[in-house]
Write a protein that binds this ligand. Structure first.
Ligand code: MTE
Ligand code: MO
Length: 262
């Protein structure tokens, strides 16, 4: 005998109201889950330890890790001698912007000024401006960029940093990881990774627009490092040192990126 088939459950179509309720539930559910994830992520970052206090301001360790990855990417990008764009001289600004003069309060006496080069061994070279000027002069016209948001095409002349290294037999020093530069009064200082310092467009500049540097722009000698932001282009160099540790850096101590590459 045929048994009576169980009556099939018939799904009643949802009413409009039920549909809306269901959608609302799903939206809020999704929102809640994502918010939870975001909060969790933020909390994770908040509770992550701070990096060891060194020459850079204390960032959370995961953030520093991300910054270092970014830095590595740019290092690789520039290490194969990619050149910064250059311009014809006519494009260079006649009135060059002046920005910030930390360490420039006392004008150095050009006659007695020496570039102090401190080798890791402790040996110190005292180099005169004339000695630097006797080396081949390299000029560059490029777009100088400040982190504060302005840029300007400017024209500089001086000794290529790598020529300077070879001439003064500092090649062993250039095998170290960093160069440190400081003003004579030690109030402004920067640290540079060696590949950027040895980049073919990096200059120890003593001229701007074919004339000796003015006090405001770093007389008698300044750094011009086109692969980096203005903050690294130290005006009025007093001393230079070499090391495998990051030299102190004025703006990195304030939390700016140590590398500050473009
Ligand atoms: N000694 C010294 N060098 C310095 C600075 C400074 O304050 N002191 N400021 C830097 C910054 S932030 C910029 S943008 C450039 C500006 O160079 P300029 O004044 O020749 O345009 O110099 C850099 N070199
Ligand atoms: Mo700057």
């Amino acid at each position: 005998m045929k048994s009576n088939p169980k009556p099939k459950k018939v799904k009643k179509p949802l009413t409009i109201e039920q549909k809306i309720n269901r959608r609302t539930f799903i939206s809020f559910g999704t929102f809640a889950v994502l918010s939870g994830a975001a909060y969790g992520g933020w909390n994770w970052l908040k509770n992550s330890p701070k990096e060891m206090r060194t020459v850079t301001a204390g960032a959370k360790v995961p953030l520093r890790r991300a910054l270092n990855k970014t830095e590595l990417f740019f290092r690789n990008f520039f290490s194969n001698n990619n050149l910064v764009k250059t311009y014809p001289k006519e494009r260079a600004a006649k009135v060059v912007r002046y920005n910030s003069g930390i360490g420039l309060q006392t004008e150095p006496d050009i006659e007695s000024w020496r570039l102090q080069v401190k080798k890791q061994s402790g040996e110190v070279l005292n180099i005169t401006l004339d000695e630097l000027k006797s080396l081949p002069k390299t000029e560059i016209v490029f777009d100088f960029k400040c982190v504060e948001g302005w840029d300007q095409i400017s024209h500089w002349g001086g000794v290529k940093f790598s020529d300077f290294i070879h001439h003064f037999k500092l090649d062993d020093q250039a095998k170290l990881d960093y160069v440190g530069l400081v003003t004579p009064d030690k109030k402004y200082y920067v640290g540079l990774d060696m590949p950027s310092a040895m980049h073919p467009q990096t200059l120890l500049a003593y001229e701007m627009n074919d004339r000796p540097l003015t006090p405001k722009h770093g007389q008698p000698l300044r750094l011009i490092i086109p692969v980096k932001y203005g903050i690294k282009n130290l005006k009025c160099i007093g001393a230079m040192s070499f090391s495998n540790q990051r030299p102190p850096d004025y703006w990195a101590e304030q939390g700016y990126d140590y590398y500050s590459g473009l």
